[in-house]
Design a protein around this ligand. Structure first.
Ligand SMILES: NC(=O)c1ccc[n+]([C@@H]2O[C@H](COP(=O)([O-])OP(=O)(O)OC[C@H]3O[C@@H](n4cnc5c(N)ncnc54)[C@H](O)[C@@H]3O)[C@@H](O)[C@H]2O)c1
Length: 387
């Protein structure tokens, strides 16, 4: 058979994902700090996206950002409010501000009828997240939360294994990962100050751990939480090489642990760390009545994993285990591209939010429950009113 004939059987990604460049999407970015760089780099690869406006509270920052990325035609503003009031033809906005500004910016954008890509974590508190969801419902616009690890083929495999029934009924989840020395201060102190970060490791990388496990098992509703948080490393001047002053600015958690009861008789044993005297808080585990799954931890936990999954089963009375080989993610596009592309496609085609608030509200409720329980010193109930 000729090569041309065989080629007819090849799956064509180009055909499948043909982008209609005549249907253009006008995008703004609010907050032009570190993660905004990943947003613009990926938007610039999309032939149907125009980055038309940028805003940052720091004078000159958005303009310098525009220059660095060659989008000098983008209109520059000094706050989300200025941008959202002035721009009349925006289709979408990437909200890349520090956590404490997530809710205000998202609500304002939705009220202006603009589709929102909101960086993770959803918000700082459960109350804020509920307010964002109210604005989302009222506006009828799209809101998606920026959890790109979900877009990876290996992460999808965890969900596929659970959904296949291979593990039986799931009853126990253990969050793993955590960092030995990884308080995120290389680009300043917005992650560690209460007024900007609002929450620390529990929201930053803890939200990734929660998304990995909860998404795999269908996002069951959290019922109660016993939580603990501490900040022994972040508040120690000796921790920071060359920046002892960061210790007095540190106003969030650098470690958290919790026991969370979930609907469906599932228990979640959670731990996360920006800093601790241990290499890892353990692998992530999913235990079911027919099998167990081990998700290996990584050195600097960022919500992804880079070693094979292992399944544990009993076959013919023998205890066996086997590895699921790592799947090579596409070399052509990053997970970040996939996260933004899926959002833009949903905006264009009237599709659903790739990472919907209806799921991530449970992620936020657990984070909120951990902080509340830690403060009150006892178990707390989680109540999530219908929006
Ligand atoms: N998905 C990921 O992989 C990933 C990675 C890193 C950070 N993040 C998230 O992205 C967010 C930002 O992180 P970062 O490292 O870029 O922080 P950053 O401090 O570098 O940047 C945030 C920027 O937002 C600006 N800002 C804040 N409020 C504003 C407002 N109302 N209007 C205009 N500008 C405003 C600040 O001036 C700052 O320049 C955080 O919520 C973080 O959790 C996600």
């Amino acid at each position: 058979m000729s090569d041309a004939r065989l080629d007819e059987f090849k799956f064509s990604h180009d055909e499948e994902n043909a982008i209609d460049v005549n249907h253009r999407v006008a995008v703004a970015i609010i907050g032009t700090g570190w993660i905004a760089e990943a947003h613009i780099e990926e938007y610039l690869k999309m032939p149907d996206v125009d980055v038309v406006a940028l805003a940052d509270l720091v004078p000159g920052k958005a303009a310098a950002f525009a220059k660095k990325y060659g989008v000098e035609n983008a209109r520059i503003y000094q706050s989300d409010v200025e941008l959202l009031e002035a721009e009349k033809n925006l289709d979408a906005v990437s909200i890349c501000t520090y956590n404490c500004q997530h809710a205000a910016c998202a609500i304002h954008a939705l009220e202006r009828g603009i589709n929102v890509m909101l960086e993770k974590p959803f918000t700082v508190t459960l109350e804020e997240a509920l307010e964002v969801m109210k604005a989302e419902k009222k506006s009828g616009k799209l809101l998606t939360i920026g959890f790109q690890p979900r877009m990876g083929e290996n992460m999808k495999m965890i969900k596929k294994i659970v959904e296949s029934g291979e593990l039986g009924k799931i009853y126990y989840l253990q969050a793993g990962g955590g960092r030995r020395k990884g308080i995120p201060t290389p680009f300043g102190t917005t992650f560690i100050e209460k007024e900007t970060g609002g929450i620390g490791a529990v929201g930053d990388i803890g939200s990734y751990s929660l998304d990995m496990l909860l998404n795999a098992v269908g996002y069951p509703k959290p019922l109660t939480v016993t939580g603990y948080t501490s900040s022994y490393f972040g508040t120690n001047p000796d921790y920071y090489k060359g920046h002892p002053e960061y210790a007095s600015l540190f106003g969030v958690d650098d470690f958290a642990a919790a026991f969370v009861r979930l609907e469906g008789d599932i228990i979640l044993d959670f731990r996360i760390s920006w800093a601790m005297h241990m290499d890892t808080a353990g692998d992530a585990l999913i235990l079911g009545t027919k099998g167990g799954l081990r998700i290996p931890s990584t050195e600097c936990w960022n919500g992804e994993f880079d070693k094979p999954l292992t399944v544990y089963k009993e076959v013919a009375g023998e205890q066996i285990s086997y590895e699921i080989p790592l799947i090579q993610d596409s070399q052509d596009v990053s997970l970040f591209y996939k996260k933004l592309r899926s959002f833009i496609d949903a905006v264009k085609n009237g599709g659903k939010a790739p990472v919907p608030s209806s799921q991530i509200i449970y992620n936020q409720a657990i984070i909120d429950g951990i902080c509340r329980s830690a403060k009150e010193g006892h178990e707390v109930e989680i109540e999530i009113p219908e929006i």
